[in-house]
Design a protein around this ligand. Structure first.
Ligand code: PBG
Ligand code: ZN
Length: 325
C-alpha cells in the first residue's frame, strides 16, 4: 500500500499553484496613508521603507502611483497641526478626504481612521479627566462620533475607529444613519491589543502618549495581550453595535486570536500588520538576514490562513509585484 506522498504535489510550480489553499492577492490589501498639516515636504517614516508622511499635494501623487501598482483601497490618518485637551478641529482630515474623493471618486475606496491621539495635547486616544489619570469614555465617544460624521460627509467610504472606547461603534452608527450616511461602512478595530508593535506609527501620527502624562500608556483602553477573551467579547459587542468589518491588530503575534474570532463571528475580518511588524521585516532585510518580499508574503499567507479576508499593510503597494496577482 502506498504511503502518504506529498512530494508529487510539491514537485513543480504548476502543481503547487493548483494545490494552495491560502492565497493572498493584491485586491485584498489596504494601504495606510499619513497626511500631515505641518509638513512642508513629504517626510519618510522611520523604519517603514517606502512609506511617507505626505503633504496634501504629495498625498494625491502617492495615490496615483499606488493605483498604478494595483492598489485602490486606503486607510487615511490625518495629522492636524493643532492639538487640544478638549476642543478638536477635524477639518484638516475632512478636507483631505474630500480632496481624495474629488480627484479619484469611486475608483478609490477610502477608509478614514477615527481617533483623537493625533489631536490631543497628551497623545491619548480620548479625552482625559481633569486630574489627567483617566480617559473619559462618554466625552471621547461623543467627539469620535462627531469626527466620524464629518469624515462621512467629506466622502469617506468607511470610518475606522481605533480608539478602543466602549460604545463608540453604536454611537458612530447612530450619528451616520441619522444624517443619511447609512451606506458608510464601519470597520472597527474590535480586537486591538496593547502592543509594543506600534512604534513607527506613533512617530508618523505624532500620537505617542507623552512621558509628562499621569497616564503614560494605553493599557486602560487597549486589550491586554494576556486576555484573549476580551477580544472575543469586544468583537461580539462591536458586531452587535453595527460594525460591518472587524479587525485583529497586530497581526502575527495574534494569529491565534484571528483564527478563533473569525471562526466565531461570521463578519469579514481584517488584520492590521502593524508598523512594528513591517519595520521588523525591513530591519531583517537591511541586515541581509531575510528577503523583504518573502517575509511579507509568508506573513500575509499566515494571516489569510488564520481567517483574514483583508490585510492592512504598509507594504500593500508592493503586494501585486510580490504576489504576482
Ligand atoms: C491609535 C492607532 C494605533 C495604530 C493605529 N491607530 C496604535 C496606537 O498608537 O495605539 C497602529 C498602527 C501601527 O502601528 O501600524 N489610535
Ligand atoms: Zn488613537
Amino acid at each position: 500500500m502506498a504511503g502518504l506522498n506529498h512530494r508529487r504535489t510539491r514537485l513543480t510550480p504548476a502543481i503547487r499553484e493548483l494545490t494552495q489553499v491560502a492565497r493572498p492577492a493584491s485586491r485584498q490589501f489596504i494601504q495606510p496613508l499619513f497626511v500631515s498639516e505641518s509638513a512642508t515636504a513629504r517626510e519618510p517614516v522611520p523604519g517603514l521603507d517606502g512609506v511617507w508622511r505626505d503633504t496634501p499635494d504629495s498625498l494625491l501623487q502617492q495615490i496615483t502611483a499606488d493605483m498604478e501598482q494595483g492598489i485602490n483601497k486606503f486607510l487615511l490618518f490625518g495629522v492636524p497641526a493643532t492639538r487640544s485637551d478638549r476642543h478638536f478641529d477635524h477639518a484638516f482630515t475632512a478636507a483631505q478626504i474630500a480632496a481624495v474623493k474629488a480627484e479619484f471618486g469611486a475608483s478609490v475606496w477610502l477608509a478614514a481612521d477615527v481617533c483623537l491621539c493625533s489631536s490631543t495635547s497628551h497623545g491619548h486616544c480620548g479625552i482625559l479627566n481633569s486630574s489627567g489619570d483617566q480617559v473619559e469614555n462618554a466625552a471621547s465617544v461623543a467627539e469620535l462620533s462627531a469626527a466620524a460624521l464629518l469624515y462621512a460627509q467629506a466622502g469617506a467610504d468607511c470610518v475606522a475607529p481605533s480608539d478602543m472606547m466602549d460604545g463608540r461603534v453604536a454611537a458612530i452608527r447612530q450619528a451616520l444613519d441619522a444624517d443619511g450616511y447609512d451606506a458608510v461602512v464601519i470597520m472597527s478595530y474590535s480586537a486591538k491589543f496593547h502592543s509594543g508593535f506600534y512604534g513607527p506609527f506613533r512617530v508618523a501620527a505624532e500620537s505617542a502618549p507623552g512621558a509628562g502624562n499621569r497616564l503614560t500608556d494605553r493599557a486602560t483602553y487597549q486589550i491586554d495581550p494576556a486576555r484573549p477573551d476580551d477580544a472575543l467579547q469586544s468583537s461580539q459587542r462591536d458586531a452587535a453595535e453595527g460594525a460591518d468589518i472587524l479587525m485583529v491588530k497586530p497581526g502575527l503575534p495574534y494569529l491565534d486570536v484571528l483564527t478563533r474570532l473569525s471562526d466565531a463571528i461570521p463578519l469579514p475580518w481584517a488584520v492590521y500588520q502593524t508598523s512594528g511588524e513591517a519595520a521588523g521585516f525591513n530591519l531583517l532585510a537591511r541586515a541581509g538576514l531575510g528577503d523583504r518580499a518573502r517575509l511579507n508574503v509568508e506573513a500575509w499567507t499566515a494571516c489569510v490562513r488564520a481567517g483574514a479576508r483583508m490585510i492592512i499593510s504598509y507594504d500593500a503597494r508592493q503586494a501585486r509585484d510580490w504576489l504576482g496577482s
